[in-house]
Ligand binder design. Structure first.
Ligand SMILES: [Zn+2]
Length: 449
């Protein structure tokens, strides 16, 4: 169905664009990439309105009645409800986000906002996170509606603004201001799960059943201002540097949760090793490209991500500040903050800028069964493993309405593609045939669940 360009005939950019031959999923994903919806954080953004209106138009073409919501000018989310055949079943929320993180074109081998098709892949900011899934949702919805009129149960289709800055102006805004949109929904699926990895030479799928908590803090060191030529023991920058180094170098202990314990047990079973004799980090490393996500899910992380201090080369400032991105295991947020205060010292003030809960859901139940059996139909014999995401998604906001969220954006990927590294990375790209696979799996799931 999809005549993907072959690398054997890698002619270069002149034959890169073949719009008339592209699968609908790739067409939509490429269109979405061409809307530069960069979210710079701290309220600065290019906005999502154009992408939201494009999606609303696609939904209207399917006979749906999408609603658009602006939390602030330019910060638009879109939601549509699709009536299912069996309205007695609880609704399923299927969601994506419209914003992307910034891309520095100088580091990319293609224009990150051109939607380039090259070597059988779609390239661009959002190709992985997560305009790919946005497109898979729309294409599969079209398939379900045209083939059988309606999905099995009600679907709440949501495309949120502002996920990359914690969802304050997107999912959290809708959940707080328009909770009725999600009436009757008990479960949700979205990003950062459902993709394949290679484990012991075999393909397996990771299903995200939990997320670490997120705490973004600022460390503030205070000292005395003064002349840069003087003896100055009470220097805020020196003090802050000590605190940042101590925290950045701190080794957090491994602590397994139900999800990570189950995952490591499954990895050991597949590799046929004794989990009592092979350590958690070693088992995580066996997942290859996914190990970066999985190792970080076994412990707290607290990474310094920014420094601000000083205003003149010969003036000692009285304050110095550092940004720290903390991801604790679910439920350990307060404990971790107390430990961080000990590590940095009591004279450093910790200011919480943004905080959101961690989530963990059991790897069982009807939706899990449906996901596993659907994947089995499309990629027979590939096991499905639960995992705890080291980052966060809009499922955090939905959880406040009692909705259990999972990461399931199904993609069958080649073993040599380091897919996890492309979340927020350079040269984000997704295989065109993986997009077709995702469309087919979601169509099957919505038709039967
Ligand atoms: Zn994302």
């Amino acid at each position: 169905m999809l005549p993907a360009p072959h690398s054997a005939d890698s002619a270069g950019p002149s034959r890169a664009d073949v719009p008339q031959k592209l699968d609908l999923t790739a067409q939509i994903a490429r269109d979405l990439i061409r809307f530069d919806t960069t979210n710079y954080g701290e309220g600065r953004s290019n906005g999502e309105t154009d992408a939201a209106e494009y999606i609303a138009e696609k939904l209207r073409a399917l006979g749906l009645a999408p609603e658009l919501f602006d939390s602030e000018p330019g910060r638009t989310s879109v939601v549509a409800r699709v009536k299912g055949k069996d309205s007695l079943r609880p609704a399923l929320v299927v969601h994506g986000h419209l914003d992307v993180v910034p891309a520095d074109a100088a580091n990319w081998s293609v224009d990150p906002f051109a939607g380039v098709i090259k070597d059988g892949l779609l390239w661009g900011r959002g190709a992985v996170d997560m305009k790919n899934m946005d497109a898979m949702i729309l294409a599969s919805l079209q398939d379900v509606i045209s083939a059988q009129g309606a999905p099995e149960r009600d679907l709440v289709i949501a495309f949120f603004a502002d996920e990359e800055a914690g969802g304050v102006l997107g999912s959290h805004f809708l959940v707080n201001e328009h909770p009725h949109l999600f009436d009757g929904a008990t479960e949700a699926i979205s990003e950062v799960g459902g993709y394949s990895i290679t484990l012991g030479g075999k393909r397996a799928y990771l299903l995200q059943t939990g997320e670490k908590a997120l705490i973004w803090v600022k460390l503030v060191a205070r000292g005395e201002a003064g002349h840069g030529s003087r003896m100055h023991p009470n220097n805020a920058i020196t003090r802050l540097a000590e605190a940042v180094a101590a925290l950045g170098r701190h080794e957090w202990p491994i602590r397994l949760t139900d999800t990570t314990e189950q995952l490591l047990g499954e990895i050991a079973r597949i590799l046929d090793v004794d989990p009592q004799r092979v350590g958690p980090d070693e088992l995580a490393l066996a997942t290859g490209t996914a190990s970066g996500f999985i190792q970080a899910s076994l412990r707290t992380t607290a990474n310094p991500t920014g420094l601000t201090a000083g205003y003149k080369h010969n003036v000692i400032p009285d304050t110095a500040e550092a940004l720290i991105d903390i991801r604790s295991l679910p439920g350990e947020e307060d404990l971790v903050l107390a430990q961080i205060q000990e590590i940095v010292g009591s004279d450093i003030e910790i200011v919480t800028m943004h905080r959101d809960i961690g989530l963990e859901t059991e790897f069982s139940g009807p939706l899990i069964d449906a996901v596993v059996s659907t994947l089995e139909r499309h990629d027979p014999g590939a096991p499905v493993l639960p995992y705890l995401l080291s980052a966060g998604t809009d499922n955090k906001a939905l959880s406040t309405l009692g909705i259990k969220g999972y990461g399931f954006a199904p993609l069958r990927l080649p073993a040599d593609l380091d897919f996890p590294a492309m979340f927020h990375g350079v040269d984000e790209r997704v295989p065109l045939d993986a997009l077709v696979f995702g469309r087919q799996v979601l169509t099957d799931l919505f038709s039967n669940y």
